[in-house]
Design a protein around this ligand. Structure first.
Ligand code: AMP
Length: 418
């Protein structure tokens, strides 16, 4: 038997209803905050990701699904959505009429990471991006939106972790101080971090290797190096979060480590997830639109890990699983034919009705109706047919009544409509 690829998964009925609910609630909230949906392709030219995410990142170095298409052009299954949204924003000149645009998109991402609980090679994200707003209030709005969404989805123990990454004015000073510090602990750092010291030193801050973590406890803190403008923005973020009653903490280790990321960066974490505690991550990327060939337009955004959100969501999938409103137990060919017409007409009227197509015994049809959890069973045999009636049984109360076949579909629609 051919099995699915390691790190990939199926989302089956019984579970998918929760996913649908989450997506629906997220889209609704995003729309209420003025975001509009954008749908972007799953594949892009490899260059889009290597340029935007950066060559010196784990994603680009070792996690992308990249291959030549039949003409030899390198293409990549997207590892994240922001780069594509920025590409679309620039390509369609969406900034021309009004640079302020808010988008969201939902879909699969692909990263060839080591699979483990909460980490997959195909996973899903809900992404939101705000273009054209330099004010830190846009960052606050993203955090508030996530906090509201998680509350509605009953995610326990949520906390926003925030940091400021500074800007091209003040970060180089920090980078220098950090590199000097790293030289003093170089011997204990892992091989990756020794390499990062020159390629991407900020990333050493969020290395998960215990020796590196230990070595970094004495590292200089970015917050101490912020310029006045960055410090003022960060103060605004903190003040607004407090005002709005958002549970947050400052986390100096929270870095994105790429030049186009600026100022506010954040992660939404929950104690309910174990090692992979981040349900969402985001931040400001004021340099990216320009870097990808567009005008200098600031931007900020987030990505929610859909798989993780489904895992920690306090609502049970069962609540959303649909059951047929009606099962028609038809006995004999003439009744079956009539029942078939009825289920088609009921389906078109928005009432889920099932029947057995094999003309099995009443007992086995009733069993199936029970298994499906139908609210009502309509019984129709030769005898009923000759009398022009059908028997409707309420499966919960077991009450039964005879109803005339004439105009029965309209009657059922009236009775069963939710
Ligand atoms: P990132 O795009 O790396 O900032 O990730 C944003 C969010 O996506 C994270 O907070 C996770 O919740 C989720 N995520 C990232 N990578 C994976 C993965 N391999 N499997 C499942 N979820 C992931």
């Amino acid at each position: 038997m051919i099995q699915l690829i390691r790190g990939f998964k199926d989302i089956l009925p019984g579970e998918v209803e929760l996913w649908q609910h989450i997506e629906h609630r997220a889209a609704e909230l995003l729309e209420d905050y003025g975001f509009r949906e954008i749908r972007i392709p799953i594949m892009e030219r490899t260059e889009l990701f290597s340029r935007s995410i950066g060559d010196a990142t784990d994603i680009v170095e070792k996690e992308m699904y990249t291959f030549p298409d039949r003409k030899g052009e390198l293409i990549t299954l997207r590892p994240e959505a922001t780069a594509s949204v920025v590409r679309a924003y620039i390509q369609h000149k969406m900034h021309a009429a009004d640079p302020v645009r808010k988008f969201y998109t939902v879909g699969p991402m692909f990263r060839r990471e080591r699979p483990q609980k909460g980490r997959y090679r195909q996973f899903y994200q809900i992404n939101a991006e705000i273009f054209g707003v330099a004010s830190p209030l846009a960052d606050v709005q993203l955090i508030v939106l996530l906090d509201t969404l998680f509350e509605r989805l009953e995610v326990p123990d949520v906390r926003a972790h925030i940091n400021s990454l500074g800007c091209p004015d003040c970060r180089p000073r920090y980078r220098e101080a950090l590199v000097s510090y790293l030289r003093t602990v170089e011997d204990v750092l892992c091989a990756d971090c020794r390499r990062r010291m020159t390629t991407n030193p900020l990333r050493v801050l969020d290395c998960k290797v215990p020796d590196c973590r230990q070595a970094m406890t004495g590292a200089p803190i970015l917050a101490d190096y912020l310029c006045d403008a960055c410090r003022k923005d960060f103060e605004t973020v903190k003040k607004q979060l407090e005002k709005l009653g958002i549970n947050y903490e400052i986390d100096g280790r929270l870095v994105r480590g790429l030049d186009y990321y600026t100022r506010t960066t954040f992660e939404m974490q929950t104690g309910a997830l174990g090692a992979q505690s981040a349900v969402a991550g985001g931040g400001r990327y004021d340099g990216l639109v320009k870097m990808l060939g567009g005008p200098a337009i600031p931007a900020t955004g987030f990505a929610v890990g859909f798989d993780r959100l489904a895992e920690v969501c306090g609502l049970s999938a069962e609540r959303f699983v649909r059951k047929p409103a009606l099962f028609i137990a038809a006995l004999g060919a003439p009744s079956q034919e009539i029942a078939f017409e009825w289920i088609c007409r009921l389906g078109a009227a928005g009432i889920e009705a099932e029947m057995d197509f094999e003309d099995r015994s009443l007992k086995s049809q009733m069993k199936r109706a029970d298994r499906l959890g139908a609210d009502y069973v309509l019984m129709l045999g030769e005898q009923e047919l000759s009398r022009g009636v059908a028997l409707l049984r309420n499966m919960r109360t077991r009450d039964q009544e005879e109803i005339p076949i004439k105009a029965i579909v309209a009657g059922l629609i009236h009775r069963l409509q939710p």
